[in-house]
Design a protein around this ligand. Structure first.
Ligand code: B12
Length: 334
């Protein structure tokens, strides 16, 4: 029986890569599904030539940087250099290099026409609300590759766009208009989830990174806030497992124990009885304190004062605050 693991580490990926290559050799590349699979896997490991074409930097410079350790690289059985997508992304961000051919990295990118964070929030909302899926996904990737953090993208364009959707929904009266707004809301959430998942693929934390786990409590259907928390922590060097919406406290607790988590986040977006929330948080905090870890809770519908007096439970209101708090806890996993 295959055991469920929370994390997909480099060894597993390389093992998967070899297994898939063997599978593909066996079947040949006549099947579309298999071809797509190999394309996907190939994009996770880049040759210096791919990265050179994607960034416009010369292949010889990249090889030199790879050999000096500035760009981390693995060797194939035949001795060829291969760079992980996450490492290529780190290198691009740290060196402030532009991406000229994003498709070679297997991602889409979209520049925004004018500078300034307000403009960029508005621009992203326009893209999402007009259903320009690829451009919306590409926009967040461009912002990330140009140096923005995941947390600032979640607190900025993502939150702003969904607030606009919520305001438009709240202003409607007629049934037909309401249905249009609901469709707009579902579509916007779908586009944003795709964009966040593309960002997620670009980063990989080392195996020694501390672990954070989280989700939204039972009955809370909101997908985006908990994914934002996972992404923000991942972008700041944590290994994360997002259990997503409607995750009972007991489930979060079990997962945290199993993964030896140092941090559990809980995102609250719907009203639920204070007593239930309090009881759940108390149980989580007791477990986490026993493992030298912490619980952090936030979200639109977190009642003020709810966490007062529960030791080991902290509150914050934004993804940037979550990241700042988490930095104080970061001790590598033993
Ligand atoms: C998308 C959406 C939905 C979708 C969710 C789809 C899905 N599966 O995810 C669906 C269709 C389910 C939905 C349903 C409803 N919704 Co709704 N929804 C929204 C919407 C547009 C976006 C929510 C979102 O994802 N925001 C994006 C996140 C990133 O932003 P955020 O939640 O503010 O999170 C930020 C901070 O709070 C913080 N944070 C969040 N979590 C955490 C965790 C930690 C640890 C920390 C530190 C920080 C933190 O950081 C985030 C980034 O800055 C909001 C509008 C809005 N203003 O948000 C309305 C909104 C929340 N919905 C609303 C309503 C009324 C409803 C319904 C009652 C509608 C209905 N009649 O059926 C139902 C109720 C569902 C339920 N079971 O309770 C109202 C709530 C009004 C209120 N009382 O507060 C809103 C505000 C719309 C409005 N303007 O009226 N909704």
């Amino acid at each position: 029986m295959v055991e469920l693991t929370f994390f997909d580490d480099l060894d597993q990926r390389n093992h998967l890569f070899t297994a898939k290559m063997n599978q593909i050799r066996t079947f040949g590349n006549t099947r579309l599904g298999t071809r797509l699979m190999i394309e996907h896997l190939m994009k996770q490991l880049l040759s210096p030539k791919d990265l050179a074409r994607a960034t416009g930097v010369s292949e010889s410079s990249l090889k030199r940087w790879a050999d000096s350790g500035r760009l981390e690289c693995h060797r194939t059985a035949g001795g060829h250099r291969r760079i992980q997508l996450a490492e290529a992304v780190r290198f691009i961000r740290d060196s402030s290099i532009s991406v000229v051919e994003p498709s070679l990295l297997g991602i889409t990118m979209q520049r925004h026409p004018s500078e300034g964070s307000e403009n960029s929030n508005e621009h992203f909302s326009e893209l999402v609300l007009s259903g320009r899926e690829e451009e919306s996904i590409g926009f967040l990737s461009h912002e990330y590759l140009s140096g923005s953090s995941f947390a600032s993208l979640c607190d900025g364009p993502v939150r702003h766009c969904l607030e606009q959707v919520g305001h438009a929904w709240a202003r409607t009266t007629g049934n037909q208009e309401k249905n249009t707004r609901i469709a707009e809301e579902h579509r916007a959430v779908d586009i944003i989830l795709q964009a966040l998942q593309q960002l997620r693929r670009m980063v990989q934390s080392p195996e020694t990174a501390p672990v954070a786990i989280g989700g939204a409590p039972s009955g809370d259907p909101y997908l985006v806030p908990s994914l934002c928390a996972a992404l923000s922590l991942l972008g700041d060097g944590w290994r994360t497992a997002n259990l997503g919406p409607s995750s009972p406290f007991e489930v979060l607790r079990t997962a945290a124990i199993r993964a030896k988590a140092k941090l559990v986040w809980v995102s609250v977006s719907v009203d639920s009885p204070d007593a239930n929330l309090r009881q759940g948080l108390e149980m989580l905090s007791e477990t986490m304190l026993g493992m030298n870890g912490s619980v952090i809770v936030g979200g639109r519908r977190l009642p003020d004062e709810l966490t007062r007096g529960i030791s080991g439970v902290h509150t914050a209101t934004t993804m940037r605050e979550l990241v700042l708090f988490s930095r104080g806890l970061r001790v590598p996993n033993s």
